[in-house]
Design a protein around this ligand. Sequence first.
Ligand code: GLP
Length: 241
Amino acid sequence: MIDKNSPLPLYYQLEEHIKQTIESEKLMPGDSLPSERELSESYQISRMTVRQAITNLVNKGYLFREKGKGTFVSNQKFEQNLQGLTSFTEDMKARKLVPGNKLLHFEIFPADQDIKERLDLGEEELIYKIKRLRLANEEPIALETSYLPVKLVPGLTPEILEESLYTYIEDELHLNIGHATQTVEAAVVNEEDIKHLNVKKGLPVLLIQRETYLENGIPLELVRSSYRADRYKFKIDIERK
Ligand code: GLP
């Protein structure tokens, strides 16, 4: 596994090897890594080289150190492609995770001015305000607040929202979801995130805001989601034209 004749630095080879062991799930989150001494003996490389590889993996988030206890495999982040207008349920299923929802708030009320304008609604129009905690394998991943016009999505109930909203819109209401604009930015956890996402004060979240439109251009939803930054990362394939 470690080739001393290779032009690749030894620490880098060990780093790649440990990474593969984690990615192929031979080492699982929470597992401890052999000590520096054991690694240096079994790969016949210096302890300094081992330390360099481990430090790099700690910095990249694959491993974490606990004082006096050793080095452990971190919880790996879910990688989410930013292309494609997908639902949370689809994203989790694509990763073979079991999606879950906890409905925290469900309300129908007349839209205020700002939301009315953004959803292109007339006076007196009603909207849903929905707040859901979104789970993957029962672990809280995102806190999501959505606004949708009642006239466009009639019949929405708390029971439906325990499952997929997009499935209801597409399969039950036969509406075609067309496109969305989405922004991703860093934010600091707020009180609600701390309470529901199980994160500590002062930590970052990934704040995603989406405005979704039906194929005919009618605004469908305004959504604000905070994703746990320690469990989620976004990926985008880019091309140099
Ligand atoms: C994602 C999007 C939301 C969308 C939701 C639908 O979380 N950010 O804009 O409303 O998916 O998810 P589901 O169909 O799983 O309820």
